[in-house]
Design a protein around this ligand. Structure first.
Ligand SMILES: CC(C)(COP(=O)(O)OP(=O)(O)OC[C@H]1O[C@@H](n2cnc3c(N)ncnc32)[C@H](O)[C@@H]1OP(=O)(O)O)[C@@H](O)C(=O)NCCC(=O)NCCS
Length: 169
């Protein structure tokens, strides 16, 4: 199911058939350097299954980022519920296949998710949880109108919580 469209991308729900394409993203150690580990094949399949459960439960999750020019899945971007110091926040998350970095695709997809989130969900803010040393991801958040809201320990590691408020949107 297609969710939204930007100039160069469509975002749609993942299906199990996307595992090969997604593995090129989530199994790349360089792309996953800010995570505890890259995903093996089972991890990629579980990741898709987890997001399919999110679609069923919340109506959203991390979606497949599809390049309109050739129909290829080149990453993910979307919305997930995250527990931030005891409160549920909706997070914009993104991963892009390494050979496509540096063309503004994550920023374009993240803006699409921000607009979609504020249009469709009753939330006052959207957040992105980012390791302080992850400069590319911080730039995506900043270009998405977000500012650092607070610094927390999340899943055992220091994270910046970037946020954009509905009233600023
Ligand atoms: C973060 C990420 C999604 C950005 O994707 P992208 O499509 O390259 O992003 P954009 O082109 O919109 O650029 C965002 C920033 O990435 C950085 N960047 C771009 N090309 C880069 C490259 N070849 N190498 C390193 N950083 C690069 C730049 O700082 C850029 O900011 P700028 O426009 O101010 O220069 C991508 O780097 C990625 O998949 N990283 C690994 C997964 C990850 O960390 N996800 C976020 C978890 S919080």
């Amino acid at each position: 199911m297609q969710i939204l469209e930007t100039f160069r991308l469509t975002l749609r729900e993942f299906t199990p058939d996307d595992a090969d394409a997604l593995a090129l993203v989530l199994s790349d150690p360089e792309t996953m350097r800010f995570y505890p580990a890259a995903f093996d094949r089972t991890g990629v399949e579980q990741w898709i299954a987890r997001n399919m459960r999110r679609y069923a439960e919340h109506g959203y999750g991390l979606w497949a980022m599809v390049l309109k020019a050739n129909g290829e899945v080149i990453g993910d971007c979307g919305l997930t519920v995250q527990n931030v110091e005891g409160s549920n926040e909706v997070e914009i998350g993104y991963h892009v296949r390494r050979d496509r970095w540096g063309h503004g695709l994550a920023s374009e997809a993240a803006r699409g998710c921000r607009d979609y989130g504020f249009e469709k969900l009753p939330v006052e803010r959207l957040v992105s949880l980012i390791r302080p040393e992850n400069i590319p991801s911080r730039r995506v958040a900043e270009k998405n109108g977000m500012k650092v809201w607070k610094e927390i320990t999340w899943r055992g590691l220091p994270h910046l919580v970037y946020a954009v408020q509905r009233r600023e949107f």
